[in-house]
Design a protein around this ligand. Structure first.
Ligand code: HEM
Length: 405
């Protein structure tokens, strides 16, 4: 049976109302059917809003990941080539091989070794705004924090980190579902710049082997197998795109959620040991990655619905994480929620490799801000969200506060 969204849902994923608050639309879709066929933006496909349905699809490797570029054009050939080599868009057996070689750079021990640098960077950034008693959380805190950390991990010199804003601004729209031809062409130009930049950096690392992620990738060997130069390049670029923007959004979205729930803000301030479960709840409540996609490699039956070979599937992680059949009071923020098996980092073969790093950065950033600042308040009545479907990202988040101590 096919549930056609277009006949029942008079809205589009690109409408301003949806961008500002997608959750009522997700609920409407789910109440029709958690697995819906329709065209809610450019491409037709199955829209998955139910938690169990999303989980089933993410677990099943017959639903393939694929590069988000069905269009072929010489104008974005380089972008396509790089994406083809990215772990995120590989399928078995290539995915397993690449993941084995890349996963060792994000072990809990390695991520834990970044803690002192992350804490120092958080302290320095807050020091810079403390006397002003005001900041834009996105551009003064979350963005520089996430760029400084990933840059340090990749071995990008501090003075070259200003480029992150430009890289992210051009590349995020190429992996979002709203992508336009213009965004792809701009992204392709930026990929050429990035390719040259990272090729040089990789050469430098090979000449003077020091500690660091690129050297780990160069030296990583599993069962006689190593990463090729193209794979190292694509991995570095994937980390810049996948690891940076999402972490900025996690930190900014979490602070907005707390400002909108002052009682929970005070609770977290008084009980710092709740920070781990609070970050899990922010991930569920305002998931930085709202959507991911798959393609069916054969006819597959899910809950009496047949998905045909070649069908596109849009898994709305942000909707699954608000499914009332899975989460009690799904639309309520509860920093003590336990258990909290959200899908914000995906599930299965492609489960986010950077999850431990993202969690640590968010925990330290939020906890230190609450520690150092009192009377945190929103400085703009209703913060605006960026016009993206796949990501939940604020344009800016101006706040005011009183300095502590
Ligand atoms: C994969 C979310 C931070 C690296 C994923 C996936 C999601 C996700 C949902 C799976 C996509 C799919 O199944 O199609 C997030 C969120 C983050 C975050 C919400 C921050 C809050 C990071 C960081 C890094 C990173 C900090 C690394 C520095 C990756 C990589 C993959 C991935 C390499 C691909 C894994 C694979 O295909 O095997 N992420 N991510 N992510 N993420 Fe993250």
């Amino acid at each position: 049976m096919i549930h056609d969204v277009n006949q029942t849902m008079p809205f589009s994923f690109t409408s301003p109302e949806f961008m500002q608050n997608p959750y009522p639309f997700y609920d409407m879709l789910r109440s029709q059917h958690p697995l819906h066929w329709g065209t809610l933006f450019k491409y037709p496909g199955w829209y998955v809003t139910g938690y169990e349905e999303a989980l089933t699809i993410l677990k099943d490797t017959r639903f393939k990941n694929r590069i988000p570029l069905p269009e072929t054009s010489k104008k974005y050939e380089q972008l396509k080539n790089i994406q083809n080599n990215m772990l995120l868009f590989k399928n078995e057996p290539d995915h397993k091989r690449l993941r084995l070689l890349v996963s060792n750079v994000f072990t809990p021990r390695i991520v834990e070794s970044y803690r002192p640098y992350i804490q120092k960077t958080v302290n320095d950034l807050l020091q810079q705004v403390q006397n002003k008693k005001t900041m834009d959380v996105v551009s003064d805190f979350a963005f520089p924090l996430a760029s400084l950390i990933i840059a340090k991990i990749l071995g990008i010199p501090q003075e070259e980190q200003y480029q992150f804003r430009e890289w992210a601004a051009s590349l995020i729209p190429t992996i979002d579902f709203t992508r336009s031809r213009k965004a792809l062409i701009n992204g392709n130009i930026m990929i050429i710049v990035l390719q040259d930049y990272f090729k040089e950096l990789i050469k430098k690392c090979k000449r003077s082997p020091e500690e660091g992620l690129i050297n780990q990738l160069i030296n990583e060997e599993q069962q006689g197998d190593r990463l090729t130069d193209e794979e190292i390049l694509a991995t570095c670029i994937l980390l810049v795109i996948a690891g940076h923007e999402t972490t900025v959004n996690l930190i900014s979205n979490s602070i907005l959620a707390l400002l909108n729930h002052p009682r929970q803000l005070m609770e977290l301030k008084g009980k710092p040991w709740l920070i781990e479960s609070a970050v899990e709840e922010f991930l569920r409540y305002e998931s930085p990655t709202q959507m991911t996609a798959r393609i069916a490699s054969e006819d597959i039956e899910i809950k009496q619905t047949t998905i045909k070979k070649g069908d596109q599937i849009y898994i709305l992680l942000g909707a699954a994480n608000r499914d009332p059949r899975k989460f009690k009071n799904a639309h309520l923020l509860d920093i003590t929620r336990n258990p909290n098996h959200h899908l914000a980092f995906g599930y299965g073969a492609h489960f986010c490799l950077g999850a431990p790093l993202a969690r640590l950065e968010a925990q330290l950033a939020i906890q230190t801000l609450l520690d150092r600042a009192d009377n945190l308040k929103l400085a703009a009545p209703e913060p605006q969200w960026r016009k993206l479907i796949g990501f939940r990202a604020l344009n800016e988040l101006p706040i005011t506060f009183d300095r502590v101590g």
